[in-house]
Ligand binder design. Structure first.
Ligand SMILES: [Zn+2]
Length: 221
Protein backbone atom coordinates (compact mmCIF):
# COMPACT_ATOMS: atom_id res chain seq x y z
CA UNK A 1 0.00 0.00 0.00
CA UNK A 2 1.43 3.34 -1.07
CA UNK A 3 -0.11 5.02 1.99
CA UNK A 4 1.84 2.88 4.41
CA UNK A 5 5.14 3.47 2.60
CA UNK A 6 4.67 7.24 2.67
CA UNK A 7 7.69 9.00 4.12
CA UNK A 8 10.14 6.14 3.66
CA UNK A 9 13.49 7.23 2.19
CA UNK A 10 14.17 5.27 -1.01
CA UNK A 11 17.48 6.74 -2.12
CA UNK A 12 20.91 6.05 -0.60
CA UNK A 13 21.41 8.75 2.00
CA UNK A 14 24.89 10.02 2.78
CA UNK A 15 24.15 12.35 5.65
CA UNK A 16 26.43 14.19 8.07
CA UNK A 17 24.72 15.17 11.32
CA UNK A 18 25.70 18.71 12.24
CA UNK A 19 23.95 22.02 13.01
CA UNK A 20 22.67 24.12 10.13
CA UNK A 21 25.22 26.82 9.27
CA UNK A 22 24.35 30.43 10.14
CA UNK A 23 24.61 31.55 6.49
CA UNK A 24 21.43 29.66 5.67
CA UNK A 25 19.39 31.82 8.11
CA UNK A 26 17.98 34.35 5.62
CA UNK A 27 16.81 31.75 3.12
CA UNK A 28 15.45 29.68 5.98
CA UNK A 29 13.30 32.57 7.25
CA UNK A 30 11.83 33.16 3.81
CA UNK A 31 11.15 29.46 3.31
CA UNK A 32 9.80 29.05 6.85
CA UNK A 33 7.28 31.86 6.37
CA UNK A 34 5.61 30.10 3.44
CA UNK A 35 5.94 26.71 5.07
CA UNK A 36 3.86 28.04 7.98
CA UNK A 37 1.11 29.14 5.56
CA UNK A 38 1.07 25.73 3.84
CA UNK A 39 0.82 24.06 7.24
CA UNK A 40 -2.20 26.19 8.17
CA UNK A 41 -3.86 25.12 4.93
CA UNK A 42 -3.15 21.43 5.72
CA UNK A 43 -1.01 21.22 2.57
CA UNK A 44 1.66 19.94 4.95
CA UNK A 45 0.78 18.05 8.07
CA UNK A 46 0.33 14.85 9.96
CA UNK A 47 -2.91 13.12 10.82
CA UNK A 48 -3.39 9.60 12.15
CA UNK A 49 -6.22 9.06 9.64
CA UNK A 50 -4.14 9.86 6.55
CA UNK A 51 -1.23 7.90 4.98
CA UNK A 52 -0.96 5.48 7.90
CA UNK A 53 -0.04 8.34 10.21
CA UNK A 54 3.02 9.46 8.21
CA UNK A 55 3.71 13.20 7.91
CA UNK A 56 3.29 14.77 4.48
CA UNK A 57 4.67 17.75 2.57
CA UNK A 58 8.11 19.33 2.23
CA UNK A 59 9.62 22.58 1.02
CA UNK A 60 13.00 23.60 -0.32
CA UNK A 61 15.02 26.62 -1.42
CA UNK A 62 18.23 26.88 -3.37
CA UNK A 63 21.20 28.32 -1.52
CA UNK A 64 23.73 30.87 -2.74
CA UNK A 65 26.07 31.30 -4.56
CA UNK A 66 23.59 31.33 -7.42
CA UNK A 67 26.16 31.63 -10.19
CA UNK A 68 28.11 28.45 -9.41
CA UNK A 69 27.40 26.15 -12.35
CA UNK A 70 26.79 22.49 -11.72
CA UNK A 71 26.62 22.87 -7.98
CA UNK A 72 23.19 23.59 -6.63
CA UNK A 73 22.97 23.02 -2.91
CA UNK A 74 19.52 23.54 -1.45
CA UNK A 75 17.83 23.72 1.90
CA UNK A 76 15.03 21.20 2.37
CA UNK A 77 12.73 20.31 5.23
CA UNK A 78 13.67 17.17 7.11
CA UNK A 79 12.09 13.76 6.74
CA UNK A 80 8.85 13.40 8.70
CA UNK A 81 8.69 17.05 9.76
CA UNK A 82 5.44 17.85 7.90
CA UNK A 83 3.48 17.73 11.16
CA UNK A 84 5.59 20.38 12.91
CA UNK A 85 3.54 23.59 13.25
CA UNK A 86 6.46 26.00 13.73
CA UNK A 87 9.56 24.65 12.02
CA UNK A 88 12.99 25.94 13.04
CA UNK A 89 16.58 25.34 11.89
CA UNK A 90 16.52 21.94 13.59
CA UNK A 91 13.93 20.77 11.04
CA UNK A 92 15.96 21.43 7.88
CA UNK A 93 18.89 19.88 6.06
CA UNK A 94 21.21 21.03 3.25
CA UNK A 95 21.45 18.79 0.20
CA UNK A 96 24.97 19.14 -1.21
CA UNK A 97 24.64 16.97 -4.25
CA UNK A 98 22.25 14.49 -5.72
CA UNK A 99 22.91 11.71 -8.21
CA UNK A 100 19.51 10.74 -9.58
CA UNK A 101 20.80 7.85 -11.69
CA UNK A 102 22.72 6.36 -8.77
CA UNK A 103 19.88 7.29 -6.40
CA UNK A 104 22.25 8.89 -3.95
CA UNK A 105 21.70 12.09 -1.96
CA UNK A 106 24.50 13.76 -0.01
CA UNK A 107 23.43 16.08 2.77
CA UNK A 108 24.22 17.58 6.13
CA UNK A 109 22.23 19.16 8.93
CA UNK A 110 20.46 18.40 12.18
CA UNK A 111 17.93 16.12 10.46
CA UNK A 112 17.92 13.85 7.38
CA UNK A 113 16.41 15.48 4.29
CA UNK A 114 12.89 14.73 3.13
CA UNK A 115 12.30 11.40 1.42
CA UNK A 116 11.32 13.46 -1.64
CA UNK A 117 14.60 15.40 -1.81
CA UNK A 118 15.47 13.83 -5.19
CA UNK A 119 12.40 15.36 -6.83
CA UNK A 120 13.42 18.79 -5.53
CA UNK A 121 16.97 18.22 -6.78
CA UNK A 122 15.81 17.33 -10.28
CA UNK A 123 13.82 20.56 -10.56
CA UNK A 124 16.82 22.69 -9.56
CA UNK A 125 18.98 20.75 -12.00
CA UNK A 126 16.73 21.23 -15.02
CA UNK A 127 15.72 24.80 -14.24
CA UNK A 128 18.61 26.70 -12.63
CA UNK A 129 16.56 29.90 -12.34
CA UNK A 130 14.05 28.26 -10.01
CA UNK A 131 14.83 28.79 -6.34
CA UNK A 132 11.84 27.46 -4.43
CA UNK A 133 10.00 24.13 -4.65
CA UNK A 134 7.01 23.21 -2.51
CA UNK A 135 5.57 19.71 -2.32
CA UNK A 136 2.17 19.44 -0.71
CA UNK A 137 -0.56 16.88 -0.44
CA UNK A 138 -3.76 18.35 -1.73
CA UNK A 139 -6.70 16.00 -2.36
CA UNK A 140 -8.75 18.75 -4.08
CA UNK A 141 -6.09 19.55 -6.70
CA UNK A 142 -4.96 15.94 -7.16
CA UNK A 143 -8.50 14.75 -7.85
CA UNK A 144 -9.23 17.63 -10.24
CA UNK A 145 -5.83 17.58 -12.03
CA UNK A 146 -7.33 16.61 -15.39
CA UNK A 147 -10.12 19.16 -15.28
CA UNK A 148 -7.64 21.84 -14.25
CA UNK A 149 -5.41 20.76 -17.18
CA UNK A 150 -2.42 20.57 -14.89
CA UNK A 151 0.81 18.85 -16.02
CA UNK A 152 0.88 15.34 -14.55
CA UNK A 153 3.54 12.69 -13.96
CA UNK A 154 2.50 9.25 -15.28
CA UNK A 155 0.41 6.93 -13.17
CA UNK A 156 2.51 4.25 -11.47
CA UNK A 157 5.48 6.55 -10.84
CA UNK A 158 5.94 6.66 -7.07
CA UNK A 159 7.30 9.41 -4.83
CA UNK A 160 10.98 9.67 -3.98
CA UNK A 161 12.15 7.48 -6.89
CA UNK A 162 14.44 8.29 -9.79
CA UNK A 163 11.50 7.58 -12.09
CA UNK A 164 9.66 10.46 -10.41
CA UNK A 165 12.74 12.68 -10.76
CA UNK A 166 12.94 11.85 -14.48
CA UNK A 167 9.20 12.35 -15.00
CA UNK A 168 9.45 15.80 -13.43
CA UNK A 169 12.52 16.59 -15.57
CA UNK A 170 10.54 15.73 -18.70
CA UNK A 171 7.59 17.94 -17.76
CA UNK A 172 9.55 20.93 -16.54
CA UNK A 173 10.79 22.35 -19.86
CA UNK A 174 7.25 22.36 -21.28
CA UNK A 175 5.52 25.69 -21.73
CA UNK A 176 2.35 24.52 -20.02
CA UNK A 177 4.29 23.42 -16.93
CA UNK A 178 6.15 26.69 -16.65
CA UNK A 179 2.95 28.69 -17.02
CA UNK A 180 1.16 26.61 -14.36
CA UNK A 181 4.21 26.57 -12.05
CA UNK A 182 2.79 23.26 -10.91
CA UNK A 183 2.93 19.49 -11.44
CA UNK A 184 0.53 16.87 -10.12
CA UNK A 185 2.06 13.52 -9.11
CA UNK A 186 -0.54 11.08 -10.40
CA UNK A 187 1.09 7.98 -8.88
CA UNK A 188 1.55 9.61 -5.46
CA UNK A 189 -1.76 10.05 -3.67
CA UNK A 190 -2.66 13.77 -3.30
CA UNK A 191 0.90 14.71 -4.44
CA UNK A 192 1.28 18.22 -5.82
CA UNK A 193 4.38 20.36 -6.54
CA UNK A 194 4.71 24.06 -7.21
CA UNK A 195 7.86 26.06 -7.90
CA UNK A 196 9.06 29.57 -8.59
CA UNK A 197 11.94 31.97 -8.88
CA UNK A 198 10.75 33.41 -5.58
CA UNK A 199 9.01 31.92 -2.55
CA UNK A 200 5.95 34.04 -3.38
CA UNK A 201 5.68 32.54 -6.86
CA UNK A 202 5.78 29.00 -5.53
CA UNK A 203 3.42 29.77 -2.65
CA UNK A 204 0.95 31.73 -4.73
CA UNK A 205 0.78 28.93 -7.30
CA UNK A 206 -0.07 26.50 -4.51
CA UNK A 207 -2.87 28.67 -3.15
CA UNK A 208 -4.18 29.61 -6.63
CA UNK A 209 -4.58 25.98 -7.75
CA UNK A 210 -6.23 25.06 -4.48
CA UNK A 211 -8.73 27.88 -5.00
CA UNK A 212 -9.39 26.83 -8.61
CA UNK A 213 -9.97 23.22 -7.59
CA UNK A 214 -12.39 24.30 -4.90
CA UNK A 215 -14.14 26.59 -7.38
CA UNK A 216 -14.97 23.80 -9.84
CA UNK A 217 -18.54 22.66 -10.13
CA UNK A 218 -19.16 19.29 -8.40
CA UNK A 219 -19.63 17.46 -11.73
CA UNK A 220 -18.36 18.53 -15.13
CA UNK A 221 -18.92 22.18 -15.97
ZN1 LIG B 1 4.48 13.41 -0.85
Amino acid sequence: MAEVREGVIKYRARHRAEPLPQWTANVLRELGAWRGILFRLHLLGQDGRRYGGAAWGNVSARLPPWHEEGRRPFLVSGTQTGGVAEAGPQHFAVVDSCDVTGEEVRSFGPVQPSSEAMTHASIYRVAPELRFVFHAHCPEVWTAARRLELPRTPDGVDYGTREMAWAVERLLPQKQTRAARAIVMTGHEDGFITFGETADEAGEAMVRWLARARGLSPRGN
